[in-house]
Design a protein around this ligand. Sequence first.
Ligand code: DOR
Ligand code: ZN
Length: 440
Amino acid sequence: MKTLLIKGGRVIDPSRNRDAQADLLIADGHIKKVQKDIKPPSEAEVIEASGLVVFPGLIDMHVHLRDPGQEYKEDIFSGARAAAAGGYTALAAMGNTEPVADDPSIIRYVKGRAEGAAVKVYPIGALSKQLEGKEMAEIGRMKKFGAVAFSDDGKPVANGTLMRNALQYSVGIDALIIAHEEDPFLSAGGMMHEGSVSSILGLRGIPAAAEETMLARDLLLLKMSGGRLHIAHVSTAGSVEMLRRAKAEGLQVTAEVTPHHLLLTDRAVKNTGYHTHTKVNPPLRSEEDRQALWEGLLDGTIDAIASDHAPHHPDDKDVEYDFAPFGISGLQTSLPLMLDQLSSGRVKGLSLSLLAEKMSTAPARILGVEGGTLEAGNPADITIIDPEKSCTVNPEKWYSKSRNTPFAGLQLKGAPVYTLVNGRVVMKEGVVVEEREHVG
Ligand code: DOR
Ligand code: ZN
């Protein structure tokens, strides 16, 4: 395996509190040394990184790969290529596949296929059998087979007793539970955020309370049962406030937010003439909610940024608003969108090290997986960024099979230029150049 020297970049590593110019020496797939002015060993290939930023590889902790079962929307390989192109070195794949990942055999299938994929793929098992919310899935056995967390994401766990039992059970095996907070009765038939815009448009709304009542329930259950609970795609100001208080009380709760909830509001539904690319669950909320999400992200209430990459086939989305499936494709836009926010200066307090923390170090910590650090001795999972590079969001050129983004056509400043997984370059200048050995 090649020896690589990444030379002269601005190295940002939240795990070491590092933000300084340095070189990185990579050999045998691992980071060997991070230091100023490393002399290139004769056999080393040099990546010239002056003017570029070196991050620990980004980890997207919330991705839908649709594999097995809906490979016409995405599959493990296309999703992993999209991730590599988007600057991610690893992702966690949700279990709402067909069949549902509620059994060790599906976890094994995902892990086996992923051996040949461009980035690391960590399966998330379903929390309930068939995602039906009735009977707990075989969490313990799935964990043994490599599931990194358990969730019915895509659907809430409406039955409080089931959530309570899952949390109680998770304590003994130290499993992470990820909650999609939604009261299905309050959200029933809803298509967008319930507010003045939904009234004007005459579309049925999903109230903020649909999320907040379930979050309140789960925080109470967490307090009773113990365990580690991660809240997926937080979307409302009320949720942020509840999480802030829960953390102050010392509850073991973490949370993520998506770029689309940070950047868009329910007005996007109106302004795009109800384009189905704005249809997502939880829905794009109000401006007040959006501001609160940023505050939560900046003050540490929200730990991570995750894409909730929800690929759909263009034909599925090309229907009336009512009939379109929920979801936004995010793997190839999340990092450029966040870098663009940073360069625009619109958000006070946003920094490169905050982005590295929220998109790499925190997801690694929450999921309990390798990565999130550039400390010597770790696998060389690295994302190199050009903060000055302009790019236009062009879904026609994506590696993902999906095209469903409300950000198409946007001109953004800041893009990943290299993705390295285990010391191999898997993406260079936007082109996915290498996949790992295909096994199985
Ligand atoms: O918009 C969404 N799409 N939200 C979810 O919770 C599920 C996801 C999907 O699987 O398409
Ligand atoms: Zn999801």
